[in-house]
Write a protein that binds this ligand. Sequence first.
Ligand code: CAA
Length: 388
Amino acid sequence: MIMQIGIDKMAFATTPYYLDLVDLAQARGEDPNKYLIGIGQNKQAVVPPTQDIVTLAAEAASRLLDDHDRKDISTVIVATESGIDNSKAAAIYVKQLLGLDDFVRTIEVKEACYSGTAAIQFARGLVALDPQQKVLVIAADIARYGLHTGGEVTQGAGAVAMLISADPQMLAIESGSVALSQDVMDFWRPIYATEAMVDGKYSTNVYIDFFQRTFDRYCQRQNKQLSDFAALAFHLPFTKMGKKALEAELGDQEDAISQRLRDNLVAEQAIPREVGNLYTGSLYLGLMSLLVNGDVQPGERIGLFSYGSGAEGEFYSGILQPNYQDGLKAASLALDHRQQVTVSEYEALFNQQLGMKAEDVNFDLSQDPSRFVLSGQRDHQRQYLTRS
Ligand code: CAA
C-alpha cells in the first residue's frame, strides 16, 4: 500500500487588534464598497509592537501540539517573508517558546507568499524518508505596505501552523504538483525596507497567469478537469483575488460544477475577509475557512494554488480524509476576542513596530493579552516572554 503523507492538524493565530475597513475607507476618502466589495475585505489585523512573526507562530503552533506530537517532531520550518533576523532562523525562537526538545532541526524558508507551500513539500520528503517523524510547518507573516499606500487595504497578519505526517487526519497530498518560477518584479522588499514595494495591478495579472499555467499543466499531466475538484483553494492576498482567478478559469460557465466551486470559494474567503493578507499563511487560512464553512466531503479532492511574488506558483491537490474535522483546531478560528482600534490608534501602532530600530527598548505589555509577547530589545537581541 502506498503511504499517504499530508496535513494532520492545522491551527491559526492572529493579533489581538483589528481595524474596520469602513473606518479606513472613510479616513482615506474612498467609498467603503471599494474595500468591502471591490477588494473583498471587511477588517484587517493590526499589529501591536509586542507581536511579531515569532510570537504569532508560537501561538498558532501551541494551539495544535499534544504530548505525542512534541515527542515525534523532528523538524520545525518557519515560512515567512517578514523575518526578524537576516541570519538566525525564526524557528529557533519558536522552538524555544514552545518548549520543544533541543534535538530538532530548525530552519526558516523564504520565497514571498509561496514558501509555506515549499515548506510543506520539503516536509513530505522528510516524512517519506522516515514515516515515524512529524514536521511542524508554520507560515507566519505581517503584511505591511505603508500608511496611505495602494496596498494598505490589503495588509494583515497572522500565522497558520500545520503538522505534516504519515497517515494524516486532514488532507492526504497527491503526487503530481506543478511548480512554476520566473524572474518577475511584481512585489519585493529590499533588505533595507520594512514595507513591501509592489506593482499592484501587474501583480494581479501575473498571479492569474501563474494560476492558469500551473492548473492547465496539472490537469493535462494528471488527466483531470474541473469536475474532479470539490473546491479550489487560492492564495488570498485579498479575497477578490481568488474570485478573479476562478472566474478567469470558469469563464461564462454556469453549470452545477462551476456553481459549487464558486460557493466553496465564498466559504474559503469568509475568515480571510476578517483578517487580511497573511502572505505565506493566506492559502492555508483560506483552506481552514473552506473546511469550516464549505460544502466538502471526505474522499473529495481539493485543489490548492499557492502564489508568491517574484514569482513562484504551485498547483497541487489533496484528498480530504474521514476525520479531517478532528485535526482542524476550529476553536483557534474564533475572532471574537479581538479589540477594535480606530484609524489613529492603528496608525500609531503601525509606527511603533520594532522594524529596523537598533536601540534598546522595553514595550508596555499591559495592552497585549497574548500568551507569547515580544517584551523589547536589548543589545540588538529581541526579548520574548511566555505568560500563563
Ligand atoms: N464599489 C465596488 N467596487 C469598487 C468600487 C466601489 N465603490 N470602487 C472600486 N471598486 C473596485 C474596482 O472596480 C476594482 O475591481 P476589479 O479589480 O475587479 O476591477 C477594485 O475595486 C479595486 O479597485 P482599484 O483597481 O482601483 O484599486 P487600487 O488601484 O487601489 O489597487 C490593488 C488594488 C492593486 C489590489 C492594491 O490594493 C495593491 O497593490 N495591493 C497589494 C498587491 C497585491 O495584493 N497583489 C496581489 C497579487 S500578488 C500576491 O498575491 C502576493 C501577495 O500576497 C502580495
